[in-house]
Design a protein around this ligand. Structure first.
Ligand code: GAP
Length: 430
């Protein structure tokens, strides 16, 4: 019997992730490393399903989008021009007594949260993660890991334009890692120093920005509800006021999500004006052939955190019912789509038939084979990792060439001919 409590605490999600191989603490056997995490066998499937759904929807299914995959480390001049070296900082305060450091804007009182000591006045702390490139470690060899994927879309703008002959409006999309020397990482994978983003820089004429901003606002809403399956009631928009936006933005909306640890930023949508292209290109990089004029396109930027997507999906899907813990993931996101079981492990004819079905399904789906324990335990084990369907091969299957298929959410079972299985599952798993 599963003990029921009000609401889902983040500890339960963290524990399930570790127990079942979604997400592990990074470098665990050496005591971990500052809130870093590794995606395990199930986590990588869930994360890839999210990234692939994003790429399909926003790159492949649109006519106005192309993708890139740029280097993580760029020429440091990129960060000078983009303003990150000067402006990409958070206010840091240090405790006079224990010397622990905190982000001033995240503190609840004026005293140290660890020892209640007095805090020094705030200094700006740059979040760029530094390293050295090449065999000499001096000022000239300092480089930075990118703090956002975005700048590559601006720096590569002319190359993309010349090779694809796009006309405004169009976007450049990218999925990749970003790094920030966060002062206080925390809340599991919510805030880490190494994370992944899915970003679009959407290039437009200046006068179109409000219309385009609205278009992306709706697209982001639909992504959250239709693709990730998040509930509308848990999603909120926050218009970031003047003075609190990033240095490049004229308007920003944060999409916030009700995580178990509070309402926090999930994604962002910003109007970056022509700030970035103007800083990178001395000459206007876009030519309007019809009007024979050169211009700096303006940019609307929708941005999605991959890890925060994974976390929101897990928090939304986690449910405790009388007898079981179940992850009610959208089938398209579930790590395994189907589990195949022989009714009994010690009956070779059942195992052989089940392996046949397993091999057949493996051609089209991500499938797992399980013969341990009894059927009930196997069902609950699959429920806990969100597998939408379980297929059991029993003695009748040998005679009638059919199987029992059990639905994760309704727990109902039905019999279906093996020859109809692929079509049935294709329809259900879309
Ligand atoms: N290019 C714009 C940009 O980077 P941002 O709001 O700083 O904007 C975009 O970051 C998204 O990246 C956030 O909405 C969040 O989903 C994710 N993100 C930012 N910092 C993060 C961190 N330290 N850990 C995990 N995800 C983070």
């Amino acid at each position: 019997m599963v003990k029921k409590e009000e609401g889902n605490s983040i500890e339960k999600i963290v524990s399930l992730c570790k127990r079942r191989g979604f997400i592990f603490p990074g470098s665990e056997i050496y005591g971990g490393l500052a809130n870093s995490f590794d995606y395990g066998p199930l986590g990588v499937e869930l994360k890839n399903n999210i990234k692939n759904a994003w790429w399909k929807r926003f790159v492949h299914q649109r006519d106005d989008m192309v993708g890139i995959d740029a280097a993580l480390i760029m020429n440091p001049k990129v960060w000078e021009s983009s303003g990150h070296l000067k402006n990409f900082s958070d206010p840091l305060v240090e405790c006079k007594k224990c010397h622990h450091r905190f982000r001033e804007d995240q503190l609840e009182s004026k005293n140290c949260p660890d020892c209640k000591g007095e805090l020094m006045s705030a200094k700006q702390f740059n979040l760029m993660l530094k390293t050295f490139l090449g065999p000499v470690e001096n000022d000239e060899s300092i480089v930075y890991f990118r703090p956002e994927t975005a700048q590559a879309m601006f720096v590569d703008f002319k190359n993309v334009l010349d090779t694809t002959r796009r006309k405004l409006p169009f976007g450049i999309a990218q999925i990749g890692k970003a790094f920030r020397n966060e002062i206080t990482p925390g809340n599991f994978i919510f805030r880490t120093r190494e994370f992944e983003q899915m970003e679009i820089e959407y290039f437009i004429k200046e006068e179109e920005w409000e219309k385009v901003f609205e278009m992306w606002r709706k697209e982001m809403q639909l992504w959250m509800t239709d693709v990730l399956g998040l509930k509308e009631k848990d999603i909120h928009e926050l218009d970031i006021p003047d003075g609190e936006r990033a240095h490049y933005s004229k308007k920003t909306i944060d999409f916030e999500y009700d995580f178990p640890f509070g309402r926090k930023e999930l994604y962002g949508l910003a109007y970056r004006t022509d700030f970035d292209l103007k800083n990178h290109f001395k000459e206007a990089p876009y030519e309007n052939i019809e009007l024979k004029e050169k211009l700096y396109p303006h940019v609307v930027e929708p941005t999605w955190g991959v890890d925060r997507s994974v976390l929101a999906v897990l928090c939304n899907a986690y449910a405790e019912e009388d007898e079981r813990i179940v992850l009610k993931l959208k089938p398209s996101l579930a790590p395994y789509k189907i589990a195949v079981f022989p009714l009994l492990k010690n009956k070779p004819e059942l195992v052989e038939k089940a392996k046949e079905v397993y091999k057949m399904l493996k051609k089209d789906f991500v499938v797992i084979f399980d013969e341990r324990g009894n059927i009930g335990k196997r069902y609950y084990s699959q429920d806990e990792i969100g597998t939408p369907f379980c297929v059991t091969i029993d003695f009748d299957s040998l005679e009638k060439n059919d199987v029992t298929i059990r639905d994760r959410d309704t727990m109902k079972q039905e019999r279906i001919k093996i020859e109809d299985l692929v079509l049935f599952l294709n329809n259900k798993l879309q």
